[in-house]
Design a protein around this ligand. Sequence first.
Ligand SMILES: NC(=O)c1ccc[n+]([C@@H]2O[C@H](COP(=O)([O-])OP(=O)(O)OC[C@H]3O[C@@H](n4cnc5c(N)ncnc54)[C@H](O)[C@@H]3O)[C@@H](O)[C@H]2O)c1
Length: 303
Amino acid sequence: MTNNETVTRKYSFSNKTIDCFFNAKFSMLEELVKKENTILITDENLFAKQSEKFSGWKTIVLKPGEAFKNQDTVNDAIDQLIQLQADRQTFIVGVGGGVITDIAGFVASIYMREVNFGFVPTSILAMVDASIGGKNGIDVGVYKNLVGVINHPRFLLYDNSFLETLPHEEWINGFAEIIKHACIKDARMFQFLQQSSLADFKSSDEAIGKLVQQNVEIKYNVVASDEREAGDRKLLNFGHTIGHAIENTAQLQHGSAISIGMIAACAISEKINNFSKEDTEQIRSLLSQYHLPVTFNIDKPGT
Ligand SMILES: NC(=O)c1ccc[n+]([C@@H]2O[C@H](COP(=O)([O-])OP(=O)(O)OC[C@H]3O[C@@H](n4cnc5c(N)ncnc54)[C@H](O)[C@@H]3O)[C@@H](O)[C@H]2O)c1
């Protein structure tokens, strides 16, 4: 893959085939949708940092971050869709991190009982994980993703130039899911990550482009083989049971919570499944190498 070559892939699920454009340009969106019928949904941070990309597009700009992944924000988005006279022909495109793709997919799935939608994921986490697999939804209080739907977008458009403004801590955040994918499905990628550094990926459009595509394929293969999470898809929850429990209560970033959750899961597996301490150590060391937290202090009640 060279720096300017778009790679196109089709991914099929039981009820939809989605087009995926890697290493593409945002301007390609004009070939995928009718501009006059399209409404972009993004958040204030991305809109401020990449305003030129949104120029000429009808855009709904939502409050950023996990704290706003809730019903109030969904209501706000729906009000704005009504003001923009969105109808069944409207195409919604979520342009942003995982919070925006989760909300945009949910809003598109319920507005007028479903309108077409696509995603332009702009954080590493959304590129490799949140935008793939069809899960869309919102939090209710501290309960993560309590309300939502499973519905796939029509397309995923990857423009790596969005990453130029992604804050450093969000790069770190995204690598938690990349390391999770390596742990559950790809020992060679695990070794490759051991031999590389975050700086290597931040400085090379080609390196991050390849890594993103590899991770999309891992997630797609797992989801396509088990769309309803009866078997293999549960592997994607590695680190998420404990991770989700602490993410909103301790207000951690998703990736940090999942990193801590993976080490906690390893520790539990050492006790109940004879998971090897050496493997835990390798995972801990790789997470630390990518600047992710591996410990968490809580005040136990009564101590
Ligand atoms: N649906 C799924 O299968 C799935 C899977 C994993 C995670 N998720 C969800 O994804 C969410 C986390 O995603 P996230 O980490 O991307 O969070 P996020 O959407 O909040 O993005 C993180 C921050 O980066 C900013 N940002 C995003 N792209 C940017 C860019 N290119 N330049 C500048 N700033 C940018 C955002 O404004 C935000 O402040 C969580 O809600 C999690 O539950 C969903």
